[in-house]
Design a protein around this ligand. Structure first.
Ligand code: PLP
Ligand code: COI
Length: 365
């Protein structure tokens, strides 16, 4: 009792340096330079929040974008039980707004939640709230030539305890950013054989925060050597090709598109699935298979690689013009490859409601 009183007095009398809390700004669209949007820096001024109490989700609350105060022992800070999604809303020239492949992103969010021992969300309710959220944030959506609205739903564990067990309570949040184009030039890539992004039996197929944390050190090593990104491989299976940074990898050999088959260490990209479908629709051949680094290296050395690219919501279709494997660098003028340029146009047409096919991908608000 006495000790508690003493401690309380110490805490009361101690002066702490005030913690600097950065309010997410700007808070209005007028001050945003929509022609020069840096990815993930500007935020729409509202957010959606729901809490899981161990048994059920609360109603979704739409509120002004604000910081979230949490106990320092909150589970997510220590054990990283956190997942997210990334999807986009596009404004077509006639002013219609298309949330592209919304259902697929929600389904993947629930898949990630399952693997990370987090509660399922009601997919229909999440779909409705994202539609409402986008509709009420129309002013934040850039015009077609400027970019799109990147929507970031995420879930974190919120039990205030240091016990290393799954949290029982969780928070689900949706925020959004107007964004420009993630990569503005073809990439120079390093094929990584020492570090893995994810492993067999692990969480690579889930969009779990820890996968990204694990990637930062090797990525920054590659950046220091002058590369833009790493091409991950499976270091315990003949260095079979996996993903490119946080995007899926493709290359074209003798006119046919090849991409690594989705193993449990690879995120099943929604843009990947879209591009495969669009390519097959136009009669292009696409194979999904295990491709070892050695096989890929031989294709590069033989000059049979005509184009390399990566796909993702943020990355869209990004070309790779140079790749370094085992200290040998190969250049491929990927951005001059007409077949994939046409595919890129079809992907844009799909997002901006100009394709006239695959309406099942679109949610127009
Ligand atoms: N791989 C990783 C690790 C990613 O983070 C992403 C981005 O979401 C992708 C691939 C591409 O997936 P999607 O096309 O669904 O955005
Ligand atoms: C996305 O493309 O949505 C991603 O998740 C990439 C992101 C990590 C920047």
């Amino acid at each position: 009792m006495l000790i508690n009183t003493v401690l309380k007095n110490i805490v009361k009398n101690r002066t702490f340096a005030p913690m600097e809390v950065t309010t997410p700004t700007p808070m209005n669209t007028v001050s945003v330079d929509f022609d020069n949007l840096e990815f993930g820096k500007v935020f729409a001024d509202t957010m959606v929040v729901a809490d899981y109490d161990g048994e059920k989700w609360s109603e979704f609350e739409v509120k002004s974008l604000e910081t979230m105060a949490m106990h320092p022992a909150t589970s997510v800070f220590h054990y990283g039980q956190a997942i997210f999604e990334g999807l986009k809303a596009y404004k077509s020239d006639d002013g219609r707004i298309n949330i592209f492949r919304l259902k697929d992103n929600i389904a993947r969010l629930n898949k990630s939640a399952h693997r990370m021992m987090m509660p399922q969300l009601d997919a229909d309710k999440v779909e409705e709230i994202i539609k409402d959220f986008v509709a009420s944030n129309k002013a934040w959506i850039p015009a077609k030539h400027q970019g799109s609205l990147y929507i970031r739903p995420f879930m974190i564990s919120t039990d205030p305890t240091l016990r290393a067990v799954s949290s029982k309570t969780f928070r689900f949040v949706i925020i959004a950013c107007p964004v420009g184009f993630y990569y503005d030039k073809p990439l120079s890539v390093y094929l990584e054989k020492s570090y893995s992004r994810a492993g067999k039996g692990g969480i690579g197929y889930a969009k779990a925060a820890g996968n990204y944390a694990a990637s930062f050190y090797p990525s920054s090593k590659a950046k220091n050597l002058g590369f833009d990104q790493v091409l991950w491989t499976n270091v315990s299976n003949n260095f079979s090709l996996e993903e490119l940074g946080s995007a899926n990898f493709f290359y074209v050999k003798n006119g046919a598109i090849r991409t690594p088959s989705v193993e449990d260490s690879i995120l099943r990209g929604i843009t990947r699935a879209t591009v495969i479908q669009l390519a097959r629709d136009t009669g292009m051949s696409v194979t999904e298979e295990v491709i070892t680094a050695e096989e890929f290296h031989q294709d590069l050395a033989a000059g049979t690689v005509e184009c390399m690219f990566a796909t993702g919501t943020a990355a869209a279709i990004t070309y790779i013009n140079a790749i370094t494997i085992d200290n040998e660098t190969y250049t491929v003028e990927s951005n001059a490859y007409a077949l994939v340029l046409a595919l890129k146009e079809r992907l844009d047409a799909a997002k901006f409601l100009e394709l006239g096919e695959h309406d099942e991908w679109n949610v127009v608000v």
